[in-house]
Structure formats: C-alpha cells, structure tokens
Design a binder for this molecule. Structure first.
Ligand SMILES: Cc1cc2nc3c(=O)[nH]c(=O)nc-3n(C[C@H](O)[C@H](O)[C@H](O)COP(=O)(O)O)c2cc1C
Length: 173
C-alpha cells in the first residue's frame, strides 16, 4: 500500500485550504446516521456522520448541522431529535437523506415515536434525544442532546470513509 503524505499548516503562509482540510478529515472513518426531527412543516431528516457520544452520566450525544442546511431552523427549534444509526444495507437511504428536497419522506418507511420524531426500521441503533444545548461554531451549529430512549439491534454498520461507503468485515467473511 502506498503512503502518500500531504501536509498543510497555518503559520506565515496562506490559510488552510478547505478542500485539503476536508480531504484529511475524510480519512477519519465514521458510521452514518440520519438525524430526524419534527418541523413546523412536517418531518425532517438529514444524513449526518458528525454524530458522537459525549457523556454517559448524564447521557449526552452531539452532532453538527451546516448553517446552509435548508432544515436548519427546524433542528434549532426542535425539542426532540432522533439519531438513526444505519446498517450496511441502508446506503440508498443515506444517499436519499443527503438530498435537498422537501418531499424526502414520500414513499419512505418510518414511524413517529412517542416524542413525534421519525424512526426508521432496520437500523442498528437509535437514540431519541431532548435538545440540551445548541452552540454556534464556525459554519456549523453543534447540537447536544440528552438521550431519553435508545435501542441497539444486530447487523453490520454502514461506514463512510474517503467519500465512500463501506462496512466492516463479517467474522464469517
Ligand atoms: C455521509 C454523509 C454525512 C454527512 N454528514 C453531515 C453532517 O454531519 N452535518 C450536516 O449538516 N450535513 C451532513 N451531510 C450533508 C447533508 O446530508 C446534506 O447536505 C443535506 O441533507 C442537504 O439537505 P438540506 O440542505 O435540506 O439540509 C452529510 C452527507 C453525507 C453523504
């Protein structure tokens, strides 16, 4: 395997180039989630890989939403949101909820939880959260939620790395 190192650094030179920074950041492999909430105009869903755990006691998680997102206001206003963690077979669902479209839920299987947030069947985990804090940070907002309900299921995770989808090897592969 070739090891091609590219280095960028701030200092006396020019500022970091966003594209190069994005390339280095994309080396960090993540899972893939769809974060959902109930907006004033109906359910919202956005594919997000910025999800991270924050604290066990109290149970806190976070994700980041771009300021340019069409559904930003719905998430900033939402009392509750859900983190749907996708399995390896849900790549097309991930691609679907990465689209800018106001009819995203048409023809998609989901149910509304007791808290009124869309939950997808077949995910490997789900976290229903009450919004605890919203922090403006650069070109994104960080949304921190307190987990009120969660579940985990079998199946392999959908992964995202270097702009590509993948999964982990099954022990029988
Ligand atoms: C794998 C993947 C991960 C993404 N992660 C995020 C994220 O963490 N936060 C975010 O704001 N957008 C993220 N996006 C982009 C949004 O899904 C996309 O811009 C959004 O759904 C576009 O619709 P909107 O403008 O209506 O929000 C991600 C996209 C993909 C494919």
């Amino acid at each position: 395997m070739k090891n091609k190192t590219k280095t960028s650094e701030t200092g006396n030179g020019p500022a970091l180039m966003p594209l190069e920074l994005r390339q280095s950041l994309s080396r960090f492999a993540t899972g893939v989630t769809i974060v959902t909430c109930q907006g004033s105009e109906g359910p919202c869903g956005i594919t997000a890989n910025s999800f991270s755990s924050v604290s066990l006691e109290p149970p806190l998680v976070l994700w980041n939403i771009a300021k340019v997102s069409n559904s930003l206001q719905a998430y900033l206003d939402a009392e509750y949101f859900a983190i749907n963690v996708l399995n390896a077979e849900q790549q097309s669902l991930s691609a679907h909820f990465a689209l800018s479209d106001h009819t995203l839920f048409a023809g998609i299987e989901f149910e509304l939880s007791d808290r009124g947030v869309p939950i997808f069947p077949g995910t490997i985990a789900c976290f229903e959260c009450r919004t605890r804090a919203v922090l403006e940070c650069g070109d994104h907002y960080i949304i921190i939620g307190e987990v009120e309900k969660h579940c985990s299921n079998g199946g392999r995770p959908l992964l995202f790395s270097d702009g590509q989808y993948g999964t982990v090897a099954d022990s029988t592969d």
